[in-house]
Design a protein around this ligand. Structure first.
Ligand SMILES: Cc1cc2nc3c(=O)[nH]c(=O)nc-3n(C[C@H](O)[C@H](O)[C@H](O)COP(=O)(O)OP(=O)(O)OC[C@H]3O[C@@H](n4cnc5c(N)ncnc54)[C@H](O)[C@@H]3O)c2cc1C
Length: 389
């Protein structure tokens, strides 16, 4: 077969290169054998099984775009998207750990890190250290640049003060990308990104949220009290942190799109199996045309969302504009995940409403897709702004 990725070739969006196909298979095997048995217990315990995390590193899933010289997998953004999709098909709570690592933390360090930052942090992110991305605060969510966290210059250091809220991987991370304002009088032009290590004096991980969905993923507060961060840990330029945030989140939200596509595919997989087993009126419920049409609609929704996500990811890898399709992909996939997981619960009937069957968890997990990395209203705002400018 001709190489579908050769220049000039126009493969279908869903045609995978050999490397992409191998990644997908490896992740599917891992998700089935290692994640499936742990889904329910991790959801109940509201914690990831610590045994899973080293396995994610061993499989090369935590440094997908990190070059080989730093110990990474040296693959593409699209591969990260595929990995997040396949993990989410089984457990979106595990997937978000991998998503934040690759599409936000590693991405930001690769793009904005000085040579020194790359040399110090990329090998750790590839080998054994989880990353977190800390922008949101109690008073700063959709209005992401209304940060109260402050950075004050002190000799060769910066002193961070303030609190972050809702930070994914807060309990597992060793490396945190933290946004603070170094010049509040300059408004968003004071925002600066810093790399902060766990264990730095004055930095503590606060309360963990008790959530509706993705319960195994930790979402925590971070507290900074007189935290000394060396100047060399500034990511990008002082006062340009708003660019770091906007641009990494533009890419990151394709990952959330992939999480939602995987989740919806998982809900569809469970439902296709169930309707062919469950009998009512002396026949399987899947033999009723009404049910068949619901299943067909779920499949169409999932496929449409997947194509949008893949297109945005492939545009990003090609260095083309992707912000508009990425906002659409994130918005639509989160709508699809909610719709498809809801129909899945309907088709499982009363059993779907219980914790004994997997679709109840996916229905709860789906809700976060329309909230984090920009709410649905924020995606609509981006889309409208680009249409009407
Ligand atoms: C589980 C979880 C994990 C998270 N992980 C991270 C993380 O790792 N790092 C991080 O930095 N943050 C993280 N967040 C924070 C997340 O990105 C924010 O919660 C999100 O951006 C929304 O902000 P908010 O909660 O302050 O809601 P608000 O901004 O208060 O929004 C509330 C409602 O008002 C609407 N709204 C607000 N402004 C407008 C407007 N101008 N026009 C129309 N509608 C508007 C919103 O769409 C929403 O419906 C996480 C949150 C959760 C719940």
């Amino acid at each position: 077969m001709p190489d579908p990725t050769a220049p000039g070739a126009h493969p279908a969006l869903t045609t995978l290169s050999e490397e992409e196909g191998m990644f997908r298979e490896a992740v599917q095997d891992f998700a089935q054998s290692e994640m499936t048995p742990r889904i329910t217990s991790m959801d109940r315990a509201q914690a990831l099984d610590p045994e899973l995390i080293p396995q994610l590193f061993e499989l090369g899933l935590m440094g997908i775009e990190i070059p080989e010289e730093y110990g990474g997998t040296a693959s593409t953004f699209f591969t990260s998207i595929l990995v997040v999709e396949e993990l989410s098909r089984v457990d979106p709570a595990v997937a978000v750990l991998v998503d934040v690592q690759n599409t936000l933390c590693v991405n930001a360090v690769l793009r904005w890190g000085s040579d020194e930052i790359k040399e110090v942090f990329l090998p750790r992110l590839a080998a054994d250290t989880v990353g977190a991305y800390a922008l949101s605060e109690a008073g700063s969510g959709s209005d992401a640049f209304a940060l109260a966290c402050k950075a004050t210059r002190e000799g060769d250091n910066w002193v961070l003060d303030g609190q972050k809220l809702f930070i994914t991987n807060g309990n597992e991370a060793g490396i945190f990308i933290v946004f603070a304002n170094a010049d509040p009088a300059a408004g968003y032009k004071g925002i600066t990104a810093f790399v902060v290590e766990k264990g730095t004096a004055g930095f503590t991980v606060g309360k963990k949220e008790d959530k509706l969905g993705i319960r195994a993923s930790s979402t925590t507060e971070l507290v900074f009290e007189n935290v000394l961060v060396p100047d060399r840990n500034v990511l990008g330029e002082v006062g340009k942190g708003y660019k770091v945030a906007i641009e990494t989140l533009n890419e990151g939200r394709i990952g959330i799109g992939a999480q939602m596509v995987g989740l919806a595919q998982g809900a569809l997989d469970h439902t296709v199996r169930y309707v062919q087993e469950r009998e009512q009126f002396g026949r399987t419920i899947g033999s009723f045309q009404g049910v068949q049409f619901q299943i067909a609609q779920m499949a169409v929704d999932v496929e449409a969302a997947r194509l949008m996500v893949y297109n945005a990811a492939r545009l990003k890898d090609e260095g083309k504009d992707f912000v508009y399709p990425a906002a659409m992909a994130k918005l639509f996939s989160s709508q699809v995940a909610q719709r498809v997981s809801s129909t899945a619960v309907d088709l499982f009937g009363g059993y779907g409403f219980t914790r004994e069957y997997p679709v109840e968890k996916l229905y709860r997990d789906a809700k976060i897709g329309s909230i984090y990395e920009g709410t649905s209203n924020m995606q609509l705002q981006t889309i409208a702004k680009m249409l009407l400018k």
